[in-house]
Design a protein around this ligand. Structure first.
Ligand code: F6R
Length: 242
């Protein structure tokens, strides 16, 4: 694992964006795995700046997102479809048909998960996967469990995650109880992984991801087995690492 420790969220965002930018320079038609949440917003802002200044283009880029809430329409401001359009897709030159986000309203969610896996394979797999980290160690919506779930699947969100995400909804009762998420295998098959962790609330989880036992009780700990992981974080997020 390579770990960059930065002083501020702004510096984390610049560092993460510079790594993604290098990926796009090396392979202009990269398949990028993308995340939502607070962690990557600054990174997306930097990528938009780099696009506007002509340094990068997304014309040939394909994207696949980690997850989506069950039951939210694409147009719902809390859906991850909406998030991606608002923070990135609407601001860059990516072709709409090259962006892929799981459908939270699919009539057959199991089928949606299976076809998402097939789609990722059919476009050649993920070149670089961007991840945030849950306070409970989740990556994507792979919650702590007795076993790792390998492929894209339906998830029952834990109380911890529902509470953490409630800040974005009017009321905690509105937070969906389920999501569709890439599995641990889907994420681990990515050629490169870039994880962003900011702030003290991630410190316990990050210490376990880097140096704890590899266990499904801390899903992100599986990253210790991946050959190409870069972590971009701040000192607070790293503060529990002994
Ligand atoms: C988002 C996702 C989640 C978040 C994680 C951290 O697509 O899959 O795993 O990355 O919950 O969220 P933030 O960045 O909001 O702290």
């Amino acid at each position: 694992m390579k770990i960059y420790t930065e002083k501020t969220y702004e510096a984390i965002s610049s560092r993460a964006a510079s790594i993604l930018k290098a990926q796009l320079v090396l392979k202009t038609n990269s398949v990028l795995g993308l995340a939502t949440g607070t962690s990557p917003i600054g990174t997306y802002d930097k990528l938009v700046e780099d696009y506007r200044s002509g340094e990068i283009s997304f014309k040939d880029v394909r994207t696949v997102n980690l997850d989506e809430y069950v039951g939210l329409e694409d147009t719902d401001p809390n859906s991850y479809h909406y998030f991606m359009d608002a923070h990135l897709f609407s601001k860059i030159d990516i072709e709409k048909e090259n962006t892929h986000v799981l459908s939270g309203t699919a009539s057959d969610p199991e089928k949606e998960c299976r076809s998402y896996e097939r789609m990722i394979r059919s476009i050649g797999g993920i070149d670089m996967q961007l991840l945030g980290l849950g306070r409970n160690g989740h990556i994507g919506f792979n919650e702590p469990d007795e076993a790792f779930t390998v492929d894209t699947h339906i998830v029952d969100l834990t109380e911890n995650t529902i509470e953490a995400n409630a800040r974005l909804f009017n009321d905690i009762s509105e937070v969906p109880k389920q999501a569709l998420s890439m599995g641990i295998g889907t994420i681990m098959r990515a050629k490169r992984i870039l994880l962003i962790a900011y702030g003290e609330s991630k410190a316990d989880a990050l210490a376990k991801v880097i140096a704890g036992p590899v266990t499904p009780h801390v899903p992100g700990s599986i990253l210790q087995l991946h050959p190409d992981v870069t972590i971009v974080c701040d000192e607070a997020a790293l503060s529990k690492l002994k």
